[in-house]
Design a protein around this ligand. Structure first.
Ligand SMILES: *Cc1c(COP(=O)(O)O)cnc(C)c1O
Length: 421
C-alpha cells in the first residue's frame, strides 16, 4: 500500500465491526476475559488481545498500527501527549548514572525535561551541535544511551545533519530518537534514513485541527539487531523480573513492547480512546494538509523576506536558508511544513505585530488548521534562562508562525496590515 492509502485504511477491516466505515471508539477501561487461562495467556503475550486500557485498547491499537506503517516502522505505542512519548522513550533506555546526547535545537519542553527533570533522576544530558554534529562523537561513552534530535526543530526551524548523526550512532550502536513532529510523517520518514525510533507530538499536525493532545513512539524493523547482545542495553537482554522474566530483546517490537509493558504500566501515560479516534481522523487527511501548509508557508515566507521591516526570515524552503539544501534532500518534494519564524525590528515591534493580526491567533501551539502567531521568548521558552535562550537561537524579537490552511492571500494581507499599523 502507498502512504495515502495507508492513512485511510491500514489496520482496520470494516467487516469486523458491523460494517462501520469510521473506526469504532472502544470507550472502555477494561475487557472481560473468557476464562482464567485466557487471562494468563494474555499477560504472557501468548495470545494477542486487550488487557486494560492503560496497556492497550482496540481503537488506540488501530491508530498505532496505522501510524507505524505510515511512518515506515513496524510497531508503535501511543501516549497521552508528546512529552509523555519523549519521557517514556528516554526512561525505557536510560537510568541513574547514564547520559543521553541531545541536540542543541529542541522543543522547550524537551530541553527542560532533559536538563532539569531527568537530571534529578540522575540522567545527564550532553548537548551536541545538531547542524553539523561536530562534537557528537567526543561526548559518547559507554554510559550513553540515546541520541535525540528533531528532524525540523521547533522553534528554530533547523534541520540537523541526520545522515552524519545516524552514521555516528551506528558506529557506537547507540539508539537514535528523532522527534518528527514538525516535519510530520507525511513529509519525512526518519526510519528510511536509518533512525531507530521516531516520536511525535500528535497534538500538532497529526490531529491537524487542534482537537486532541497525544504522542506516539514508532520503532524500526532494525531494532532487534541494535539491542540484541548490546551491553549498552543490558536490561533488554536479561530476564526482566518486573515482567514475568521476559527477555525483551527476544520479543517482537522490543522497544515499544517494553515501553508498553513496563514503562507505561508503571507511569500510566496512556491515551484516551476518544483521542485515538480523533487522531485517526487527522491522519486520514495529513498528506493533503501538509502540502497546503507547506505551500502557504512558503508564500508567507517569501512575502516577509521582501518586507523592509523584517530583519530575517527562517524557513528552510527559502533559497536564502542555510537549511535549504538539507530540506530538498530530506523532505518529500522539498516541502517544508508550516512553521516559520522571523525577526521584527525590536521586542516592541514584535509585540505590536502580535497584537495587530486578525487571522493569526496568539496561541502556543503549532500544526492547527488555523494560523497561529507566537512569541517564544515570552511564552513557550519563558522558562529558559537568558543564556539558554541565546544558545537555542531565540532572540526577544523572534516571532514564530504556524501557517494554517487559510487562503495565503488573506494571511499575507493580515501580516502586511500588522506590519504597516
Ligand atoms: C509540542 C511538541 C512537543 C510536546 O508535545 P505535547 O503533545 O504538547 O506534549 C514535543 N516536541 C515538539 C517538536 C513539539 O512541537
Amino acid at each position: 500500500m502507498k502512504k495515502d492509502t495507508i492513512a485511510l485504511h491500514y489496520g482496520y477491516d470494516n467487516k469486523s465491526c458491523e460494517g462501520t466505515m469510521s473506526v469504532p471508539i472502544y470507550q472502555t477501561t477494561a475487557y472481560a476475559f473468557e476464562d482464567a487461562k485466557y487471562a494468563a495467556d494474555l499477560f504472557d503475550l501468548k495470545v494477542e488481545g486487550s488487557i486494560y486500557t492503560r496497556l492497550n485498547n482496540p481503537t488506540t491499537d488501530i491508530f498505532e498500527k496505522r501510524f507505524a506503517e505510515y511512518e515506515g516502522g513496524v510497531g508503535a505505542i501511543a501516549t497521552s501527549s508528546g512529552m509523555a512519548a519523549i519521557f517514556n522513550c528516554i526512561v525505557n533506555v536510560a537510568e541513574a548514572g547514564d547520559n543521553i546526547l541531545i541536540s542543541d535545537k529542541l522543543y522547550g519542553g524537551t530541553v527542560t525535561l532533559c536538563t532539569h527533570t531527568l537530571k534529578r533522576f540522575g540522567i545527564e544530558a550532553r548537548i551536541f551541535d545538531a547542524d553539523n554534529a561536530t562534537n557528537l562523537e567526543e561526548l559518547i561513552n559507554e554510559k550513553s544511551k540515546c541520541i535525540i534530535f528533531e528532524s525540523l526543530s521547533n522553534p528554530q526551524i533547523a534541520i540537523p545533519d541526520i545522515q552524519k548523526i545516524v552514521s555516528i550512532a551506528k558506529k557506537y550502536r547507540i539508539l537514535t530518537i528523532c522527534d518528527n513532529t514538525v516535519a510530520s510523517a507525511a513529509l519525512f520518514n526518519p526510519i528510511r534514513c536509518g533512525v531507530d525510533i521516531v516520536v511525535h507530538s500528535t497534538s500538532k499536525y497529526t490531529t491537524g485541527q487542534g482537537t486532541a493532545l497525544g504522542g506516539i513512539i514508532v520503532e524500526s524493523e532494525d531494532m532487534p539487531n541494535i539491542i540484541k547482545n548490546n551491553d549498552r542495553y543490558y536490561h533488554f537482554n536479561e530476564p526482566d523480573i518486573s515482567y514475568h522474566g521476559f527477555v525483551f530483546s527476544d520479543i517482537k517490537n522490543p522497544f515499544v513492547s517494553r515501553v508498553r509493558l513496563c514503562v507505561i504500566r508503571d507511569i500510566g501515560s496512556a491515551p484516551s480512546p476518544f483521542n485515538s479516534w480523533l487522531l485517526l481522523q487527522g491522519l486520514e487527511t495529513i498528506g493533503i494538509r501538509m502540502e497546503k501548509h507547506s505551500k502557504n508557508a512558503l508564500a508567507v515566507a517569501k512575502f516577509l523576506e521582501s518586507h523592509p521591516k523584517i530583519k530575517k526570515v527562517s524557513y528552510p524552503g527559502l533559497k536564502s536558508s542555510k537549511y535549504y539544501e538539507k530540506s530538498q534532500k530530506y523532505f518529500k518534494n522539498g516541502l517544508c511544513s508550516g512553521l516559520l519564524s522571523f525577526e521584527a525590528e525590536s521586542f516592541e515591534a514584535a509585540k505590536k505585530i502580535m497584537n495587530s493580526t486578525e487571522i493569526f491567533s496568539i496561541v502556543v501551539n503549532i500544526g492547527d488548521s488555523k494560523s497561529i502567531i507566537t512569541h517564544p521568548a515570552s511564552t513557550t521558552h519563558q522558562q529558559l534562562s537568558k543564556r539558554e535562550l541565546q544558545e537555542a537561537g531565540i532572540s526577544p524579537s523572534l516571532i514564530r508562525l504556524s501557517v494554517g490552511l487559510e487562503d495565503s492571500d488573506d494571511l499575507i494581507e493580515d501580516l502586511n496590515k500588522a506590519l504597516e499599523g
